[in-house]
Every structure is written in structure tokens, then in C-alpha cells.
Write a protein that binds this ligand. Sequence first.
Ligand code: RIB
Ligand code: CA
Length: 324
Amino acid sequence: MDSQISSPIPVIFDTDPGIDDALALALLACHPGFDLVAVTAVFGNGPVETTTRNARGLTALFGKDIPVAAGASGPLLDKRRRKDAAHVHGDDGLGGVAARLPEPARALDPRPAHQLICDMVNARPGEITLVAVGPFTNLALALAHDASIAGKVKRVVVMGGAFGLKGHAGNVSPVAEANIMADPEAADQVFTAAWPVTIVGLDVTQEAIMREADLAKLRGRGDGAGELLWLATRHYQQFYDARDGIGGIYAHDASAAAILLVPEAFTLRAGPVRVALEGIATGQTIQDWRNEHGTGTPWSGHPSQQVCVEVDAPRVLALFDEIF
Ligand code: RIB
Ligand code: CA
């Protein structure tokens, strides 16, 4: 089936670019199946000043003249501290290529990210999909600012979490994934809110490997954009080659965009999801998918959300042939 759809999907992208974030943004900005309406930045792969600069430059690189807003500079609770991600994404968050990004013509949106999200969702009730691929602080702040948006967002898709399937557990602790660990309270609030969340975790993103040859196919395309992505991924690939020997990178964040275009490539499992907030399992995502534990549990009374448990990775990666 062709992944092309007739009516482009309106998306707000909440992100911490980030090299794999840049690949996701390329899909969201350049694939005709999407109508990217705004980008909001959050701390994560670098300080929020860095991720905001990268979000603006990448949005300009991909030819989108849309609002970009800066968001949270840290997690909801001060006690949380994320390890520096420079060894994964580089000091500039983009593997050393940030200085090559174009100067954005449009000024930074003056609103904080959570305000922009609320304004846009309220202006188009039932239409906007939120795709969030960094710590979920901006989304939690948006819910706190205006709880009514939960009923007005069409859908929330996040890259985050790990559920232990196919041996995929945590990437920053034995059980915790980076975006969750960076702000576990925010993640728990987002997963227990009354909006439909699809969770694209390491269980599937670590199955979606872009090999060096896949990445090289981007070169020479997109008026320099493909070359820049190729160069940025050199740093990221070195990290994953040294750690996992995969000869490429994981398409973490791009998988969250992909599920909107090729939902048939993903298998979902339903059930409420909670995040461990204390102790050695802090940041672990746990789904009660068997629904046999009755009332009075941490999952009772919370909305059923969708967790990705399997992926047809070639379908996801093929989307990169449809941009530029
Ligand atoms: O664990 C993978 C996630 O952490 C991705 O969103 C990546 O960009 C990093 O932020
Ligand atoms: Ca990210």
C-alpha cells in the first residue's frame, strides 16, 4: 500500500534536536503526508537554547516557514538531572553541523512552547496530532496550563519508554529510556491524561536500524539538506557502532512520525501505562496490558494507551525515499 495519504496530517512537533530528531523533522517537514504546523523545543539532547537554535535552523533548512517556540529548560522537578548527551549527539546537539544550518528568516515565536501548543490546539479542536520525541515536559506543562486540550488533541504520539520486548530494556539505566528518565513525572502525567497516546519505545525503535548505506542515500538530495543529515549522523553512528555494533543508527524519533503514515507497519498493545518515579527502577515504563489486576492498582482508572510491540522496519525506513 502507498504510504501517501490524500489529506496531510496536521502535526505539532515537540523535540530536542538531536540527530535522530533532525531525521524525524525531515520526514514531518518534507513528506507530503504531513502538514507540520509548528515546532516546539525542549531541553534534552542539549540545553534548551541549543535545541531551540537547532529546531529553528532545521525548520529553515527543510523549507518550512512556521512558528518555532522554546520550551522547558529542565524537568518538572528539580531533583531530576539528565546525563549530558554530548557523547551521543555532539556538543552542538547535531554532530558538529549546527553551524552549517541556515539563518531562520522567521523570528522565534514569543510564546513558551506549552502556550503555543494550547493556542494551536484550541484554535483547531479535534485536528492536531502532537508528536513528542524529547522529555515530555512541554506536554505536561500544556496539560497543567489548560487541561481541556486533552479532549481537543486528535492524538499524541511519543518516542519514549521501553517495555522489555525482544530484549529492549533501558538505554540510560537497565530499565529506563532517555526521554522518560529526563522527566519521569512529566511522562507519567502525559500517559495518564485523558487523551489517546501511542508510545513508540525502544522495543520498536531499536528494531528500526538505518544502516550506513540507507543514510548515504540521503546525500545529494534536498538541496543540501540530505548531505547535512548524512554529516550529522556520522557522529551518531560512531556512538552506536561503538556501543552496539549496528553499522548505522536507530531511527528512534523518525519512528514516531512514521507510525502516522504507515500504521500498518506497527503492532500495538492496549493498556494503561505508568512510570516508576522512585528507586532503582525510576524511569521504567510499565503497561498493565493483561487487565486482570482489578481495582486499587497504580494502573486502575487510568486510560488505556497504545504501546508499539512490533514493527515492520523496512516500511518505516522506506519513507526516507519519499522525501526531498
Ligand atoms: O532514547 C532515544 C531518545 O533519546 C531519542 O528521542 C533521542 O533523540 C534521545 O533524546
Ligand atoms: Ca529526541
